[in-house]
Design a protein around this ligand. Structure first.
Ligand SMILES: [Zn+2]
Ligand SMILES: [Zn+2]
Length: 811
């Protein structure tokens, strides 16, 4: 047995730590050990066993947690690649890869109480006086905690401590005030796979309006509903407890195998015959899988061309051959209905990894996959690390989706990790999309990936006709700003009369995005971020869409006291109201992050549309995501081009993708569809090409721009963000790094900056950034690594210099 082992710990340091192997402990490479680290005990992954005596005295490991590796040879290699490529500490990469924290660490979690919500609300009402600069730091910290928890379900101590920058002592004192509750994750209801249901016992007696809503909802659902469903109702949680106390409702626990939709049964995903193009794509994938050689395939299929059926069929073939497959889907795509489809096709062999799983459930699924009980894995971003063996196929659906990029350390892109994993496993990776990313399309053009095209919709349904409405002209004609143009209003009216369905996209939630004072010209900004607060009418508050900060709706300007405060612009909430006014008899639903808390809400809204319970659905980009609703014959696009004004080189690409996706919702059934696209940029190529369904035209033009500007895919890019709560610190640190970058040490790498980030302040941090571009990824990464070393020497904390390789979000 070697004398020492090197252990990767989840700390922000780019190194492994050497420990002495104590008698009786037998660590394995890829297995976990418990070690002492700075007065704490920490689990880590063994990355090497050796006899090299370290220069400083090595401590003994405390115990070995695994007799066999939790990360096999391939996943270890993948982890090292990620650490190297994204410049992330190896221990933090492994932590992201292994959802096992819940196993050996009893996590402490917090939840906001109704009393806490009340305190938050009152502080909000008191406005600037209660939360001014004179407020003691302790109180501010308490509000940070309440703000954070108000937006979330249960939150772990570790997350909360970092996010709200508070100590456990402060949290304990808040528990004593009854503003928050503390729960241990190992408590029975978390560990066991049970769900809570409300059962209606009695509907007699006097009820207030909130109570009536719950009782009616339960009655309509046949007397029993999951608490999750009831929580989506706009009533305080205390209402249900009151009903339970009065004996009208009983709360019961039942085993819950998450998965199958409680909603309507769906037809089989294989309920139609494959088109020749689908058949070709499937055989191509099948042949490559059989060859056991790496291949990347870009499956470019127009909206409605039946890509999902190909994915499922290909995975089924892989499973039938005794091998394993992984399907990655964007966050919002994993609804209970999709889960039901998957169970129908794969039975018990499928593991579904979604964000609503608890730590325990996640760990349990992980072990089942590791033991080989589940060989089909479907999940969001981190499912790319599922410990399947004999990986034959990895599919990334909607590969351009930005939810595949993790926006915290390690900042990996799951699509690119999927490609690398497939390469290491001699497997096939399929990237599917109606609107592939520039990077993937470029790779296909360069023959790095095979390109499979599905140019037609299933059953030869036509793509919708797109009409562009120039809103500048509409403004000149009417003399005032319009949200819904005359043309769009007329088209909507016609569809409603014919009992057809309509979707209207406005990619901005809330009622009004800006509150402006006409007297002093200031807009109301978030206290933590340099962004405008949005007005939310139903909840009657101002909200920051970046950090979740809430404030009361101002009656007078908070800066100058003037009463001339104006609410400007339109969000989805106001659009819904406008449409109600224009079409009072239409049944209108709204889909955005204010109406959708979880996957069930999302599915419920879509089902309502599918079942004809809605005539019109308004929403943000959520309505554009690949869902198959057959009755929609008209899609209206209202202000989806705002992003074209953002200082982000991907703005045109994102706009083109969004427009194409939302247009794809029209005419998926028997009747052809139409899109009315309102824009202030009618001549912009992203708008033009989207209207013509001309993917190739857009890509050619955009690629030319990228090439001129040395942007990806023509160069590798990294965003280096320097952040601190103190502006002086940010300026000093970015000055130090700026000077270092000035020295001629980076041939072949362009460095732009330091400059204020487009959003100067975010979540209480001031932010400056550098943008690095290089045709050579090796040179880029070497320079970044040297810069990090310099930053450490200059005592700039590693956590305050964020290196984002292949950054997706440049703001
Ligand atoms: Zn003012
Ligand atoms: Zn904010």
């Amino acid at each position: 047995m070697p004398e020492f082992c090197d252990v990767a710990l989840s700390v922000p340091l780019d190194m492994a730590f050497t420990y002495r192997i104590a008698n009786g402990t037998q660590p394995v490479v890829g297995g976990r050990v418990l070690v002492p680290f700075r007065q704490r005990r920490m689990p880590g992954i063994v990355v090497d066993l050796h006899d090299r005596v370290p220069t400083i005295q090595a401590k003994n490991i405390i115990s070995t947690l695994d007799a066999s590796p939790v990360l096999d040879h391939q996943l270890l290699r993948l982890g090292r690649w990620i650490a190297d490529y994204y410049l992330a500490p190896l221990g933090e990469v492994f932590r992201s890869m292994l959802p096992l924290a819940a196993e050996f660490k009893r996590s402490i979690n917090y939840r906001i109480t109704d009393e806490g919500r009340l305190a938050l609300h009152q502080a909000g009402l008191a406005g600037s006086s209660a939360r001014s600069r004179r407020t003691p730091e302790g109180q501010l910290a308490e509000f940070r905690v309440l703000d954070y928890l108000a937006e979330r379900e249960m939150t772990a101590l570790s997350t909360l401590g970092t996010a709200a920058r508070v100590s456990k002592a402060l949290l304990d004192s808040m528990v004593r005030k009854k503003w928050i509750t503390r729960e241990d994750a190992s408590a029975a209801h978390e560990a066991a796979n049970v769900a809570k249901f409300a059962v209606l016992k009695d509907a007699e007696g006097k009820l207030n309006s909130n109570q009536t809503m719950i009782v009616d909802t339960l009655a309509a659902a046949g007397g029993k509903l999951g608490l999750e469903m009831l929580r989506a109702l706009p009533v305080p949680r205390a209402t249900l407890r009151t009903l339970a106390k009065r004996g009208l409702v009983e709360i019961i626990e039942e085993p819950a195998e998450f998965s199958v939709s409680s909603l309507k049964a769906r037809p089989s995903p294989f309920d139609f015959t494959f088109s020749p193009a689908q058949q070709d794509a499937l055989s191509r994938i099948q042949n490559q899988v059989a060859a056991r050689k790496f291949e990347g395939i870009l499956l470019h299929g127009v909206t409605g061309s039946g890509k999902t059926a190909i994915y499922l069929a290909a995975m089924k073939l892989v499973l039938d051959a005794g091998r394993s497959a992984i399907l990655l889907v964007p966050e919002i795509g994993l609804t209970p209905a999709v889960a039901a489809d998957l169970h129908q096709v794969f039975g018990d062999e499928v593991a579904i990894l979604h964000s609503a799983l608890s730590g325990q459930e996640r760990a349990e699924q992980w072990h089942r996959i590791k033991r080989g009980e589940k060989r089909a894995v479907v999940g969001t971003r981190s499912a790319v690390f599922a410990p399947v063996s004999d990986t034959a196929l990895i599919i990334v659906d909607e590969e351009q989706d930005s939810s595949y990029k993790q926006e915290e350390t390690p900042r990996y892109h799951a699509r690119d990790v999927a490609v690398m994993r497939a390469k290491m496993a001699n497997a096939v990776v399929v990237l599917g999309s109606a609107t592939p990313s520039l990077e993937s399309y470029f790779n296909a053009k360069k023959n790095k990936y095979a390109l499979l095209e599905l140019p037609d919709r299933v059953e030869q349904r036509p793509l919708p006709e797109v009409e562009i409405i120039d809103m500048r002209q509409a403004f000149q004609e009417t003399g005032h700003e319009q949200v819904i143009s005359r043309k769009l209003a007329q088209e909507i009216r016609e569809r409603l009369e014919q009992k057809e369905q309509v979707m209207v996209l406005l990619n901005r939630r809330g009622y009004s995005p800006v509150v402006l004072c006409r007297a002093c010209g200031k807009t109301l900004e978030c206290k933590n971020c340099a962004v405008a607060l949005s007005h939310h009418k139903r909840t009657h508050r101002m909200e920051c869409h970046y950090c979740g900060y809430l404030a009361p709706v101002p009656k007078a300007c908070i800066y100058c006291g003037s009463e001339y405060v104006y609410f400007l612009g339109t969000g989805s909430e106001k659009l819904e109201e406008l449409l109600h006014g224009m079409f009072p008899r239409a049944r209108i639903g709204r889909l955005d992050r204010d109406t959708v808390r979880g996957r069930e809400d999302f599915e419920r809204a879509l089902n309502a549309l599918n079942n004809g319970e809605l005539d019109l659905l308004v929403g943000t980009q959520m309505i554009a995501k690949g869902h198959d609703v057959h009755g929609v014959t008209l899609v209206g696009v209202v202000g989806a081009d705002a992003a074209l004004g953002f200082p982000d080189f991907r703005a045109a690409e994102r706009t083109f993708q969004l427009l194409t996706q939302v247009a794809g919702r029209a005419g998926r059934g028997q009747k052809p569809g139409k899109v009315v696209l309102q824009t202030y940029f009618p001549d912009h190529y992203a708008v033009r090409y989207a209207a013509q369904h001309d993917f190739a035209g857009f890509y050619d033009k955009e690629l030319r721009f990228r090439s001129w500007m040395h942007y990806p895919p023509y160069s590798a890019i990294a965003n280096v963000l320097v952040r601190s709560g103190k502006l002086e610190e940010v300026l000093r640190w970015s000055g130090i790094l700026g000077q270092w970058f000035e020295k001629p040490r980076h041939e072949g790498v362009r460095v732009l900056g330091p400059a204020a980030a487009p959003i100067l302040r975010l979540k209480e941090d001031y932010r400056y950034h550098f943008v690095l571009k290089s045709a050579s990824r090796e040179k880029l990464n070497a320079l970044l690594r040297a810069m990090l070393t310099h930053a450490t020497q200059q005592k700039i904390p590693r956590t305050q210099v964020i290196v984002d390789v292949d950054a997706v979000w440049m703001m």
